[in-house]
Design a protein around this ligand. Structure first.
Ligand SMILES: C[S@@+](CC[C@H](N)C(=O)[O-])C[C@H]1O[C@@H](n2cnc3c(N)ncnc32)[C@H](O)[C@@H]1O
Ligand SMILES: [Zn+2]
Length: 283
């Protein structure tokens, strides 16, 4: 694993240097690697609760569900989408990829497996990052928030952000000039059949991300595409699928156990934008 050189100290915002099991800055702040291999850069004052982000139940359910390959059509589409982009133009090595809200790292570790990519995953959930770091020794994993990224300005060639929150200005700050932002959101009818089990009326998902991109002069909207499939889920696979989402809390335990099989709509929107702003050289 090559630890990226664009990681910032969360205390003083200077660059962190990696040596042995520790990262430290010139001002004497240091952060030890956990036994799983990740580094926790989330300060106590950046947390609204003791253990922010997805909990262990959701993380284990998502990992078990993703391991069945049910979302691999999305993975394949993302891989070919990234292939068709010009990520890290003119740069043969050390292309910096950041997975924002990476969870247990399913996309971080499975995308861009070949080529000289320097991959970094960030999530606010310590349990998710611990799992990601245990499973993937080639990427770097940090506990941190997408709203205050411990990443130097203008350094990231590709930011992926799959079903996770984002702060657009913070993302633009860390993107290199011409760097790409690839976002995946649930499209309107994603998991419609599950929503219909717990709500009287189904309200389609909506996303404000395209509007946020289109109104931001520092980002150029490139493309949006929809990907849809219906699958029938049964038994523990169906329970894991529900448990990895907030719908889980709408089901009573018995109601969940009674479910046998269900045909479910999977529907995603993949949105691509590129940072337009030119960085002026220092004079
Ligand atoms: C639906 S999961 C998606 C995880 C992963 N991208 C995937 O698709 O497998 C959303 C993730 O966002 C994380 N998250 C929530 N708020 C966050 C924040 N402020 N900063 C970083 N991650 C956050 C959660 O902990 C969770 O792992
Ligand atoms: Zn520092």
């Amino acid at each position: 694993m090559t630890v990226p050189t664009n990681i910032l100290c969360p205390n003083c915002k200077s660059i962190l240097q990696h040596a042995g099991q520790t990262m430290s800055c010139a001002n004497g702040h240091s952060f030890d690697q956990a036994k799983e291999g990740y580094i926790n850069l989330l300060l106590a004052n950046q947390k609204k609760k003791a253990n922010p982000g997805d909990n262990k139940l959701m993380i284990d359910a998502r990992e078990a569900f993703l391991a069945t390959g049910s979302f691999d059509f999305l993975l394949a589409e993302l891989e070919s989408t990234i292939d068709s982009m010009n990520v890290g133009t003119g740069q043969a090595a050390n292309i910096k990829v950041l997975d924002l809200g990476c969870g247990s790292g399913y996309y971080t570790r499975n995308l861009l497996k070949t080529g000289d990519y320097n991959k970094l995953g960030i999530d606010i959930s310590k349990a998710a990052i611990a799992k990601a770091a245990r499973k993937d020794k080639t990427s770097t994993y940090l506990v941190g928030s997408v709203f205050d990224l411990p990443i130097a300005a203008n350094t990231v060639d590709l930011t992926i952000n799959i079903f996770s929150p984002v702060d657009i200005s913070e993302t633009i700050r860390i993107l290199a000039p011409n760097g790409y932002y690839l976002k995946v959101v649930p499209a309107g009818d994603h998991m419609k059949e599950i929503a219909e089990l717990v709500y009287e009326t189904f309200k389609p998902h909506t996303s404000t991300i395209t509007a946020a991109i289109n109104t931001n002069p520092k980002l150029q909207f490139i493309e949006a595409k929809k990907l849809q499939k219906s699958i029938t889920l049964r038994g523990s696979n169906l329970i894991n699928f529900i448990s990895m989402t907030p719908y889980f809390y709408k089901f009573g335990e018995n109601h969940l156990k009674e479910l046998q099989a269900l045909a479910v709509t999977l529907s995603f929107e993949i949105i691509i934008a590129q940072r337009t702003e030119t960085i002026l050289p220092c004079t």
